[in-house]
Every structure is written in structure tokens, then in C-alpha cells.
Design a protein around this ligand. Structure first.
Ligand code: NAD
Ligand code: MG
Length: 389
């Protein structure tokens, strides 16, 4: 936060999505602490206009340039500056009109704006896990160089972050990422083979964007989160465990070297980790429903079935091998999920596309940013060819 500003100025990149809209709810509840100064969206012009009229940001960016005129005209009577296109999103990321970026774009598309924000020393509240999956080492290094704090928004990582507060000198043995297991927990391939889009989009505990909801159903989400955790908390792959916990009450745990385990609990509501990322190191009061463990009754745990949910096995392979493999895994997964959501690819076929793409794209042990960009492109093309997109 710039010292001359009492109010923390937030730039929400991806303001029209599930995380973006919930972030605006948090900001609206604390107008004395936060203002939303940048709002960006890929194509949802109507919601972006509505948000701009309500929150009066300094700048809005609409990714789809064809929609520029409409947004510009709708905001003509206001002070809001309107820009359009991918380049504009990157330009705005570097401007001194906000203090903290809420990185809520989905997928690889969020990488460049986030890197630019880091290079400009902005604080980052990171929802966009794919950026760390693709280029975690480079991002974390740049964050240290530019003194740009990265505070997780992903609920599991927020939980771990909260467990680590006050523990800087203490050694972590393991972290345990909890996973709901998604809507198909306990199911076998003979059932999964017939799963269609509508079925996969029904998550038992969380209401989220389409891509992450499919990733939760395939357990790829947990694999991406393992890689995300590796970079956020500077861990070795073998220190990162996954435990299925269908109630989604324990959001994750840290096991210290003395065997003590700390957990963070709460009802599944993304506004909590969003609020914490905005207000850290403070906590803010709110009127959200409270956890009542008596009502929950039982918390259960089991191992993930990685023989059935093979996406998680592939992500663990990428985590262990490192290099450009997580980037390739992510790109192939983005294409596979895109195709699945358009009924162009079966539920289990997503895994085959990702596996074949990982085998195809040449391995690079220590990639540069240009290498990541090339690997991402190559993996997307190969995966799209496989599906005949
Ligand atoms: P969403 O699809 O609901 O929203 C995505 C946002 O990004 C939208 O505002 C959209 O306009 C924008 N966007 C999409 N593609 C873009 C592009 N190519 N260029 C610029 N902007 C683009 O997604 P979401 O569920 O809000 O998830 C956002 C990120 O947060 C994802 O990385 C997801 O993994 C992560 N996350 C989400 C949740 C959740 O509860 N939704 C929880 C944890 C982490
Ligand atoms: Mg999560």
C-alpha cells in the first residue's frame, strides 16, 4: 500500500468471474479499507459495465476489442477510463493506480499481467494458480527481487499460509492439502466414461468458474494446487500430501518437525480467503455464517484414488520432474477442459490428451520465460490436433 493512501487500492484482474465478483462483495463490505480501482474482463461487457457503474474504478479493461465501443459509450457519463485488448491489460498492470492486484484471471492468460505487477512491486493476492504452475520459480524469484508479497487466495493455500503465521523459524515436515474429491468421489472408470458437461459442473461444496469446477471433478485441481504449493511455500515435492476430506471444513494442514499439526477450519466460502488476502496481516470482522462443528458432526478422510483419477497422477509426475512439464500439463489441460466443456471430448479422454501431450513436447530442465511461452504454445497445438479442434 502506498503510504499516502489510507485506503488500499485494489486492481481486480478478472473482475467478472467467480473470484472477481466475490472480491467486489468483500470490497463493498469494507469501503473504509478498500477501493476497486481497476476492473478487467475478457468478454462479459454487460457485467463489467454494471460493476464499473457501481464501484467507479479508475480504469476498466475489456479484453475483447470488439466490445470497446459499447463499454466506452455506457461509461461516457463517468470518469472511468476504458481500454481494450490484451496489451492494455498488461499496460494497466504496471500503472500506479492500484496497490494490490487480485489475480483472478483463469489460466495461462493471467501470467503476463501478474508478472508485470510483480515487476512493479505490487502486492499480489493470487487466485490464478495456473500462473504458479507454469512459471512458479521465475515468479517467486521476481517477487523476492521486487519485494512484491504474494498472498494466496486459493483456500488450501490460504489455510497453509494462516497456519504458518508466526512459525518463520520452525521447520515444516509436510503440508497436507485437503480435497473434497469432487462430485465423482468413489466412482470408477466405467461410470466416469459417460460423464457429460452438466454433470461435471455440479460441485458438492463450492460454486466456482467452469474450468476449476471441471478440474475439481477430475482432481487435476488438486494436482495444480500441489505444484502451486511447492512454489508458494518453497517445499520439496515429497513434502506435499493430498488427503480427501469430503466435507471441505479443514481447508489444509501443516505438520511441523515436532509432529504437531496445525489446521485451518471454516465453512467453504471463498470470501474468507479473499478477505484475508486483502487485509493481511489483519483479520476483519464480518457477518458470514459461522462454523458449527456439531452441525457438521463428522469429518472424514481418505486417500485419493489416483488410479481412477489419473490427472492427479500426471500432475504429480509433472511436480516431481519439474522443468517445463507442469507448463505442458497445464496447457494440455486447458485445451482438454475447453473441449470437454463444448462436448468435444469425453471425461476420461481428457487424461489421454494430457498424457500424450506430456510425452510429445520436448523436456526442458531449466526453462526461461520464452521457453515457457514456446512450450505452452506447442502443447496447446498438439493437444488441439489430437482432439481435432
Ligand atoms: P471464472 O471463469 O469465473 O472467471 C475468470 C475471469 O477471468 C473472468 O473475469 C474472465 O473475464 C477473465 N478471463 C478469462 N480468460 C481471460 C483471458 N484470456 N484474458 C483476460 N481475462 C480473462 O474463473 P474463477 O472460478 O473466478 O477462477 C479464477 C482463478 O481463480 C482460476 O485460476 C481458479 O483456478 C482460481 N480459483 C478459483 C476459485 C473459485 O472458487 N472460483 C477457488 C480457488 C482458486
Ligand atoms: Mg483450492
Amino acid at each position: 500500500m502506498n503510504t499516502e493512501h489510507q485506503i488500499k487500492r485494489i486492481g481486480i484482474f478478472g473482475s467478472t468471474g467467480s473470484i472477481g465478483t466475490q472480491t467486489l462483495e468483500v470490497i463493498a463490505a469494507h469501503p473504509d479499507l478498500f477501493s476497486s480501482e481497476v476492473l478487467t474482463a475478457r468478454e462479459n461487457d454487460e457485467l463489467l459495465i454494471k460493476q464499473a457503474l457501481k464501484f467507479n474504478p479508475n480504469i476498466v479493461v475489456i479484453g475483447d476489442e470488439k466490445k470497446y465501443q459499447k463499454v466506452k459509450e455506457a461509461l461516457a457519463g463517468t470518469d472511468v477510463k476504458v481500454f481494450a485488448g490484451e496489451q492494455a491489460m498488461e499496460d494497466v498492470a504496471s500503472m500506479d493506480v492500484y496497490d494490490l492486484m487480485l489475480a483472478a484471471i483463469v489460466g495461462y492468460a493471467g501470467l503476463k499481467p501478474t508478472l508485470i505487477a510483480i515487476e512493479n512491486g505490487k502486492a499480489i493476492a493470487l487466485a490464478n494458480k495456473e500462473t504458479l504452475v507454469v512459471a512458479g520459480e521465475i515468479m517467486m524469484q521476481k517477487a523476492v527481487e521486487n519485494r512484491a508479497p504474494i498472498i494466496p487466495v486459493d483456500s488450501e493455500h490460504s489455510a497453509i499460509f494462516q497456519c504458518l503465521v508466526g512459525e518463520t523459524r520452525n521447520k515444516v515436515d509436510n503440508i497436507i492439502l485437503t480435497a473434497s474429491g469432487g462430485p465423482f468421489l468413489g466412482r470408477k472408470p466405467n461410470y466416469l466414461v459417460n460423464i457429460k458437461r452438466e454433470h461435471a459442473l455440479q460441485h458438492p461444496n463450492w460454486s466456482m468458474g467452469a474450468k476449476i469446477t471441471v478440474d475439481s471433478a477430475t482432481l487435476m485441481n488438486k494436482g495444480l494446487e500441489m505444484i502451486e504449493a511447492r512454489w508458494l511455500f518453497n517445499l520439496k515435492p515429497e513434502q506435499i500430501k493430498v488427503l480427501i476430506h469430503p466435507q471441505s471444513i479443514i481447508h489444509s494442514m501443516v505438520e511441523f518437525e515436532d509432529g504437531s499439526v496445525k489446521a485451518q477450519l471454516g465453512l467453504p466460502d471463498m470470501k474468507l480467503p479473499i478477505q484475508y488476502a486483502l487485509s493481511f496481516p489483519r483479520r476483519l470482522s464480518n457477518d458470514y455464517p459461522r462454523l458449527d462443528l456439531k452441525k457438521i458432526g463428522t469429518l472424514t478422510f481418505e486417500d485419493p484414488d489416483i488410479k481412477t483419477f489419473r490427472n492427479l497422477a500426471l500432475a504429480i509426475e509433472a511436480l516431481n520432474k519439474g522443468g517445463n512439464l507442469p507448463c505442458v500439463l497445464n496447457a494440455a489441460n486447458e485445451i482438454a477442459v475447453f473441449a470437454f466443456l463444448r462436448n468435444r471430448l469425453g471425461f476420461l479422454d481428457m487424461t489421454d490428451v494430457i498424457e500424450k501431450t506430456m510425452q510429445h513436447v520436448p523436456f526442458i530442465a531449466s526453462p526461461t520465460l520464452d521457453d515457457y511461452s514456446a512450450s505452452d504454445g506447442e502443447a496447446r497445438n498438439f493437444a488441439a490436433d489430437l482432439i481435432r479442434l
